[in-house]
Design a protein around this ligand. Structure first.
Ligand SMILES: [Zn+2]
Length: 195
């Protein structure tokens, strides 16, 4: 039996875009042609190459999820390798994902983002989420998550709509997190360099 490659093993770690980069604030485009070339930081690859580089980047920066615009590619693609609250590991990628439901209790839990390094804030999210989308090969998939993984699915879908977890904060938590972002050592930097 042929061993399947470890996700990200053929990908290249890319710099991560930081809060303030316009690519994080604009909605990403749907992938219309799954066989079309994709440009990542000036390198020409394909959708599979993009997903590989996203996995490599997510692992290099110790993330549990990564959206394509976080490496500067404005396409609706995200990857994840994320535990839920029962410590079940969820690993995969989604092309053209759509958050079809976000239900259950609203839970305020700590949330961070590779595009705002070192920061974390209690962020309200639905405890259950369902996302539908496609794999690289164009197969339809439906991913269901609870707890921390539901949080991850909502977080990554929001990225593709040009959103950040900051948008879900209110009042003093919002003000405090924005202030911390302005004072962060990376504030004003163009990108988060490859570790
Ligand atoms: Zn994020």
């Amino acid at each position: 039996m042929r061993r399947r490659a470890i996700p990200g093993s053929s990908g290249r770690v890319r710099p991560v875009r930081l809060l303030g980069d316009p690519v994080l604030a604009a909605p990403c485009a749907e992938v219309e042609d799954f066989t079309a070339p994709v440009e990542v930081d000036g390198d020409r690859t394909d959708l599979a190459g993009l997903v590989e580089s996203m996995f490599a980047t997510m692992y290099a920066f110790d993330g549990v999820g990564l959206a394509a615009n976080q490496i500067g590619v404005p396409l609706r693609v995200f990857v994840y390798d994320c535990p839920d609250d029962e410590d079940v590991r969820h690993l995969g990628h989604l092309v053209n994902p759509r958050l079809v439901s976000a239900d259950g209790l609203e839970v305020r839990g700590p949330e961070g983002c590779l595009s705002l390094p070192g920061l974390e804030a209690p962020t309200p999210r639905a405890d259950e989420a369902v996302v539908e989308g496609f794999t690289l090969d164009g197969a339809r998939v439906r991913v269901t998550g609870t707890g921390f993984f539901a949080r991850c699915l909502q977080h990554e879908c929001a990225h593709l709509d040009g959103g950040l977890y900051l948008d879900h904060l209110t009042g003093s938590t919002h003000r405090r997190t924005l202030r911390a972002a302005r004072r962060a050592p990376w504030a004003g930097a163009a990108v988060r360099p490859v570790p």
